[in-house]
Design a protein around this ligand. Sequence first.
Ligand code: WTA
Length: 661
Amino acid sequence: MQRWVTTLTSMSDTNTEVSSAYPPSAEFAENANATEELYRTAEADRLAFWAEQANRLSWATPFTEVLDWSEAPFAKWFADGKLNVSYNCVDRHVEAGNGDRVAIHWVGEPVDDARTITYAELKDEVSRAANALTELGLVSGDRVAIYMPMVPEAIVAMLACARLGVMHSVVFAGYSASALRARIDDAEAKLVITTDGQYRRGKAVSLKTAVDEAVAGQGTVEHVVVVRRTGIDIEWSDGRDVWWHDVVDAASEDHTPAAFDAEHPLFLLYTSGTTGKPKGIVHTSGGYLTQTSYTHYNVFDIKPETDVYWCTADIGWVTGHTYLVYGPLSNGATQVVYEGTPASPTEHRHFEIIEKYGVTIYYTAPTLIRTFMKLGRQIPAEHDLSSLRLLGSVGEPINPEAWRWYRTVFGADSTPIVDTWWQTETGSIMISPLPGVTDTKPGSAMTPLPGISAKIVDDDGNQLEPGTGHGEQVSGYLVLDKPWPSMLRGIWGDPDRFKETYWSRFAEQGWYFAGDGARYGSDGEIWVLGRIDDVMNVSGHRISTAEVESALVGHSGVAEAAVVGASDDTTGQAICAFVILKARFADEDRDDMVNELRKQVATEISPIARPREIHVVPELPKTRSGKIMRRLLRDVAEGRELGDTSTLLDPSVFEAIRASK
Ligand code: WTA
C-alpha cells in the first residue's frame, strides 16, 4: 500500500492522469445526500429538476415558469415567483423549531475570543439590523458597501441587506482605500458598513481610516456604520458616522421580511477582468439561492443536525458569499467562522479549531494545503482530526500531490475530497464530484453536477474527444453550453461588456466562455488547467495583469510596465512585473525603486497584488503592432526556453531583459 502511494506521488504532476481513482467508502455512499439518481433525474428533464431544487426553498409566491432564455444571455429563472432570501436563511429554521441550533461558532483571531450564535439569535440580530438600515433611509434597490473583517456583524449586515432587497457589495478588507473608492463609486453606494479596526496577526490595525479616505469628497455615501471590533482610536465625522451598537442595538427585533421577485438583484461582487477596471458581477435572488443551496447540500453532503461545517474563505470573495453565508445558512447548517489567518498565533490554529469544534467538513484552497504541506506532518499529527469526514478544495487547480497529502493527513486516507470548479460569475459550484457517488481522480474536478452542462471545445466549438487519455494532452476551452440558475445576470451598468466578455467567443453557439483552459481525461472527466486570459490566480485570488500594470504606471518613475503570472510552488501563480523607468529615474537606486513600486501596488490595489518580482528592463518584447508579448515574458519569468519569437519586432530585447534579471 505504502509503495503504491509513493509511486503515484513520484509520477508527480506533469502527467496527472493515473489509472487509479478513489471511490467513496460503502458507508459514505450509503448515507450520502446525493446518489446516482440525481444525475438521472436531471438528465431526464433538466428544467423540472431545477424546479424541484428551487422548491427546497420557501417561496412567498410560487413560480410557474422555470427559465426564460428568450433574451439570452440575460436569463430569468423562476421569474414569476417571489421570496425573501434572508427569510430562507434564518427565519424559516426558527419556525421549523430549530431556533436553538447553533448557526455560527465564531472564532476570533485573539485566542479565547469566541461567540456562539443560534438561529434564533441570528434572526433577532438580522431583524434589528434591517430595522436600523431602514431608519438610515435605505430602501429596496439601494447599494451598500460592506468593508469588514470576518466578524459576525459582517454576515448579519449581508443578511439584513438581503432582507430589505438592498444590494450588498462586499469589498475584501485587504483592499486599499483607492480600490474601495472605485467600487463605491461604480455602485453608487449610499452606505458603507465597516469596523473601527481589525486584527492582523495579534495586532489591532485600523480599517476605518481607509473608509474615511475612500469616502472623502465622494458624492453618494450618506452614512458610515461602524462596528466596534478593536477599540482603537478613530476619527469621527459627526452626522455621517454612526456606531453599529447605537443604531442596531436600539432597534426592534421584529421585522417582517417583504417578498421580492426571484430576479430582484441580491448582490454585487467585483472581480478582476482582462482590463484594469474591476467588473461588478450581478447576482439575483431565486436562481442564486436555489443553486447555492442545492450544491451546498449535495456536494458537501450536509447533515444539518450533526455536521460542523467550516469554509475558510473570506466573505470578501464569492466563496465566502456562497459557501459561508447563503449556502450553509439556507440549509440550516452549523458552521465555524474564523476571523484570522491560519498562522495566528501559530500554525496550529486551524487544527486546533477543527479539534475543538469537532469540524466534520472542511473547505479550503489548494494554496493553503500546499503551505501546510511545506510545514510538514508534525503539526497536524499533534491534533485529533478524526471528526473530519469530507474535504473540499476551491479556487485553483489542485495538484495531485497536494490532493493526496490533503486526503492522507487531514482525512486519514479515507475521506472523500470534492474539488469544486466554479467562478464569481457562476455563483455556485458547477463541476465537482458528488462525494457519495464519484470515483475521484486527484487533480480533476471530474464532471458537471446534475443539472449543469459544460463542454471542452476547440477554436471552432467542436467538442474535444473525451478519453484521449495518457500523454496526449489535448486541451481546449471550457464552456458552459446551457444556462444555470445561479449564473451572473450581468456586469453592473455595462451590458455590452457582459456580452463581450463572456458570450462573444462562442457567440454563434450561444455559449458562455469561462476563461479557463481544460482537457478531458481517460474517463471523460474534466481537468481544468487554469486561466487562458490575462487574469492571474494568486493564492486563489483573481488579479488582472492590467490592474497591476496600471498601478505601476501610476508611479511617476515608470514609463511602461508589463505583468505576467509565473507559476509558484505555493501560491499557484506569482506576480512578475517588468518595468521600464523614465530616463530621469535611471540613476535611482534599483532596490529602493523596486521596493517603492511594490509598495505602490499594495496601496493602489491591495497587499495581495504586490508583485513577487519586479525587473527593471530597458525594453519590452512587442509585436510589430505594438502588443506586449506576455507569453514570452512568462517564459522568461519561469526560466524556460523562449517560445516562438518570430513575430517580435526586435528579438534582441531578450538579451537585455535576461541580463537585467
Ligand atoms: C479558478 C472562485 C481549477 C478558475 C470560486 C476560475 C479553479 C477562477 C477551481 C474563478 C478548481 C476555481 N480547479 N481552477 N477547482 N476553482 N478555479 O471568480 O481559473 O475567484 O476561472 O471564483 O478560479 O475564480 P473566482
